[in-house]
Design a protein around this ligand. Structure first.
Ligand code: FES
Ligand SMILES: [Fe+2]
Length: 339
């Protein structure tokens, strides 16, 4: 008699991983500090001195247009650690610290430290890597990560059918929520919840056609056909850990997770539409409604992960292959970090 071999459904990550400080440190050091993170669009920089600031897992970073291109730095003065720029974006004539006036060049060189007799060449700003991909500006805190083009190779292949270059940026917006970034990622990784959590999306797409393909610890590709008469089909690309390209019939949104702390995140969206048209407000409302539905269930889950009763659950091999891939990526990063 043939023995039926069943693969055991994997355990989830422990609940502590979604709020405890030691896991936040692992997330920062082993995942976010080693990856590329979308920080801006090339079109955000017109003149020398235009800047954008963001954070990479809690670490403030700035990108500025210098005389010879984009430069990125940790947004911290080498004197006594003040942030150099305070707004999310803006324009500066000079890069002068607002605390005691140390002045830096747009290449990060310390030019002037008033009333100090120090070796200026030893106190330049901390450099961060910055590269661009299809009009998007990414930063990376690690010198070991591959070049951005290589890091995006699987995304570039998967996005071939979508003419990103022909689309134009119609809107930028950000949404914050009181959830750990992995709570949000787990939710993104499966379409199982679409019929229960997203009635509007469920009415548009044919959930029987919903598929999730995984590629190493790198890429997730979700796809679904439009229902008869539905407003859109869907192709969702996720470059782990936190970059999403959400493609619909009307255009696409590029979404970057910005973890703000162990219990807080910001989602940064850029909406692109085909041709030179404005984005239809009803599409924007529809898209934001889906996001809010996701964040509402994630906040409820987050509260229970912190409540102390639940520790680990199990993951379906049928519907949660994407969650399994994501959590394996996280676990292998934690092992590298000695957890
Ligand atoms: S902290 Fe920047 S000049 Fe003092
Ligand atoms: Fe969802």
């Amino acid at each position: 008699m043939n023995e039926i071999v069943r693969t055991r459904e994997p355990d989830t990550l422990p609940a502590r991983a979604y709020w405890a400080p030691e896991y936040w440190t692992l997330d920062r050091n082993e995942i976010w500090a080693k990856t590329w993170v979308l920080a801006a669009g090339v079109s955000d920089f017109v003149a020398v001195g235009d800047y954008v600031s963001t954070t990479v897992a809690g670490m403030p970073v700035m990108v500025v247009k210098g005389e010879d291109g984009l430069k990125a730095f940790h947004n911290v003065c080498r004197h006594r650690a003040s942030p150099l720029v305070l707004d999310a974006c803006g324009h500066i004539q000079k890069l002068t610290c607002p605390y005691h006036g140390w002045r830096y060049g747009f290449d990060g060189t310390l030019l002037n430290a008033p009333a100090m007799n120090i070796a200026k060449e030893e106190y330049g700003l901390f450099r961060v890597r910055v590269e661009t991909w299809r009009g998007l500006v990414f930063v990376c805190l690690s010198d070991e990560a591959p070049a951005l083009e290589e890091w995006m190779r699987e995304v570039s292949d998967a996005a071939l059918r979508t003419p990103l270059e022909e689309m134009h940026l119609a809107r930028k917006l950000s949404v914050e929520a009181d959830v750990n970034w992995k709570t949000y990622a787990d939710n993104y990784a499966e379409g199982w919840h679409v019929p229960t959590i997203h009635p509007g999306l469920n009415a548009a797409i044919d959930m029987a056609s919903y598929r999730v393909e995984t590629t190493g610890h790198v890429l997730q590709t979700h796809s679904a056909r439009a229902r008869d008469g539905g407003m859109t089909d869907g192709l969702w690309l996720w470059r782990l850990p936190g970059l999403f390209l959400n493609m619909y019939s009307w255009g696409m949104s590029v979404e970057q997770i910005e973890p703000l702390g162990p219990r807080k995140l910001r989602l940064n969206y850029r909406y692109f539409v085909r041709d030179a048209q404005e984005i239809d407000e009803s599409i924007l409302d529809w898209s934001l409604k889906v996001t809010k539905e996701d964040l509402a269930i994630c906040e409820r889950v987050q509260a229970n992960l912190e409540a102390g009763i639940y520790d680990r659950g199990r993951l379906s091999l049928v519907f949660e292959n994407g969650v399994i891939q994501f959590q394996q990526m996280v676990e292998s990063a934690y092992r590298r970090g000695g957890a």
